[in-house]
Design a protein around this ligand. Structure first.
Ligand code: NOJ
Length: 554
């Protein structure tokens, strides 16, 4: 860093300091079964995660979002909770958990838990009571319905994991609704006692010191009170996900859900500096409703557009513009590049483009969320039929919907089982782990890991990138470009999605540009004037300097 750089950084650092940690920071998702195993049972655990905190500190991430670690029969690998306030023994004990919080905080890492409010496991004591009789006090905690007048399920709603969404209970002669597995009955968020019980779950973890929650399928919580049929999806084609046959018009995203979100937010706001993140798959105009009236909703409605976008410059430019335009006043944007439900970015777009994706994620305006292993370029792993674990793949086989490929163990070293476990890993490990692993990549300045760690470092050192405004730069074809600016400090981002070189005239943008980082990694420090040359599939981060800043005496 030059002395001018550090002078500027100090000058504007105070502005950035007025932003909250979850606005400035980078979120990193850990899928606990696959991150680090400490006891040789082949499944990751809390002690394993603790042992890798130093790595996460080195990488520079600010918060870990941990997928569910609660007691569960593991039908949906923890998203079927049987006790919201107990740790599954596979992952450790409550003592381990308390240590996890302490060790994270000691390293300035925040801990975000996964809250699964839409459904429980069918083994949850609440459901066991609820199904015991029609007049059990907990009957109304779940969604029970009489059969249709002529018999059969009450309506046509489908389960996300294949088949119908209603399960008949012969004992009480009613159906219960399950948006996911039949072992995951949906809770009834119209029931005040249930709401209280669930808010108490949040209190329990907030008191234990967690920094926030990622709320599972938030847009699902309230369903149509008349249980009307969902309409057919005219765009559905044979071979596509059968759940998509219907539009989820009446089964999700009902107006009353926002009152529930506000209750959660109100509770979280009673604790200092916590964050509420919603998992919401909806079109942008509906997604941003979850910020709530006067921002009384979630702080972060996860923005999944990069996961779903067609991977080209024009579509992504449009997505950025539409998203920025849709954001309510005062709301904070966010971008997600991967998660445990979607194919990995390296498999979706290839390794070279995945480097562009890294630069995109970490230079856009808004909180970035990355998925464990993406930072080393892990790809989806083909799972032999006998090894399939995911219930989605078991129920709807052969359509490529299964999520095991993106949940394989983290690759730490070139040693046996990639350093993940001493035992038999619960899912196979990618064959190329001797090359793609943390230890090997840390020493290689051109690795994906080096790119990620440099991007994260420069982002957190530069308020323009962390919190600055985003100004689109007009481009055509395969080039995507924007400027991030905070006061006098500005960075140009230029991403060439195509396989031919591109140029961008930067004369109007500053006296000169100095390359901070290239996804090809060997142009750092180069000065540019006039035309910026961008190699095929290259991403460039360029500091824009005025004549005074450049210190150029030529
Ligand atoms: C969304 C979670 O991310 C996914 O993994 C899970 O299967 C469903 N919700 C059901 O909880």
């Amino acid at each position: 860093m030059t002395s001018e750089d550090s002078f500027q950084t100090q000058n504007i650092a105070s502005r950035a300091a007025s932003y909250l940690w979850w606005q400035r920071g980078v979120i990193y998702e850990v899928y606990p079964r696959s991150f680090m195993d400490s006891n040789g049972d082949g499944v990751g655990d809390l002690k394993g995660l603790i042992s890798r905190f130093d790595y996460l500190r080195w990488l520079g991430i600010d918060a870990v979002w941990l997928s569910p670690i609660y007691r569960s029969p593991m039908k949906d690998f923890g998203y079927d909770v049987a006790d919201y306030t107990a740790i599954h023994p596979l992952f450790g004990t409550m003592e381990d958990f308390d240590r996890l919080v302490r060790e994270a905080h000691a390293r300035d890492i925040k801990l975000i838990l996964d809250f699964v409010p839409n459904h429980t496991s069918d083994r949850h004591p609440w459901f066991i009571e609820s199904r015991s009789s029609r007049d059990n006090p907990k009957r109304g905690w779940y969604i029970w319905h009489d059969p249709a007048p002529g018999g059969g399920p009450p309506n046509n709603w489908l389960s996300n994991f294949g088949g119908g969404a209603w399960e008949y209970d012969p004992k009480t002669e009613q159906y219960y609704y399950h948006a996911f597995l039949r072992e995951q009955p949906d809770l009834n968020w119209r029931n005040p006692q249930l709401v209280e019980a669930m808010l108490n779950v949040l209190r329990f973890w907030l008191e234990r010191g967690v920094d926030g929650f990622r709320v599972d399928v938030l847009w699902h919580l309230i369903k149509d009170d008349q249980f009307r049929d969902n309409p057919p999806n005219p765009y559905w084609r044979e071979g596509a996900d059968p759940y998509q046959k219907l539009l989820e018009l009446h089964s999700t995203d009902q107006a009353e859900v926002h009152a529930v979100v506000t209750r959660m937010r109100h509770l979280v706001d009673q604790y200092q500096d916590r964050v509420l993140i919603g998992e919401i798959y909806l079109p942008v105009e509906r997604l941003v409703q979850y910020y709530g009236i006067d921002l009384s909703g979630v702080h972060v409605p996860f923005n999944f557009q990069l996961l779903l976008a067609k991977w080209n410059a024009r579509d992504i430019a449009r997505i950025i513009a539409e998203y920025e335009a849709a954001l309510p006043k005062g709301s904070w944007p966010n971008w997600v590049l991967g998660n445990h439900d979607r194919p990995r970015i390296a498999s979706r777009v290839g390794l070279t483009q995945a480097r562009l994706a890294a630069m995109l994620l970490l230079t856009l305006r808004g909180t970035p969320t990355l998925y464990y292993g993406d930072e080393i370029g892990m790809h989806d792993v083909e799972i032999q039929p006998a090894k399939v674990q995911d219930p989605f793949e078991k129920n709807v086989p052969g359509l490529g919907l299964g999520r095991d490929p993106q949940r394989t163990p983290m690759q730490w070293t070139a040693a046996k089982n990639a350093g993940f476990t001493e035992g038999e890993p619960w899912l196979p490990i990618a064959e190329d782990y001797p090359q793609i692993n943390v230890e090997t990549e840390r020493d290689d300045p051109f690795s994906m890991l080096s790119l990620y760690s440099q991007l994260i470092k420069v982002r957190s050192a530069e308020p323009a990138l962390e919190v600055g405004v985003l100004e689109p730069v007009e481009t055509t074809g395969d080039l995507l470009s924007y400027v991030r600016r905070d006061g006098e400090s500005a960075f140009l981002v230029a991403l060439n999605f195509g396989t031919k070189p591109e140029t961008l005239n930067i004369s109007g943008m500053g006296f000169e540009g100095r390359i901070t980082l290239s996804t090809w990694l060997n142009r750092s420090g180069d000065s540019v004037r006039g035309n910026l040359y961008i190699r095929p599939e290259e991403g460039l981060l360029v500091r824009l300097l005025t004549q005074t800043q450049s210190g150029d005496v030529r």
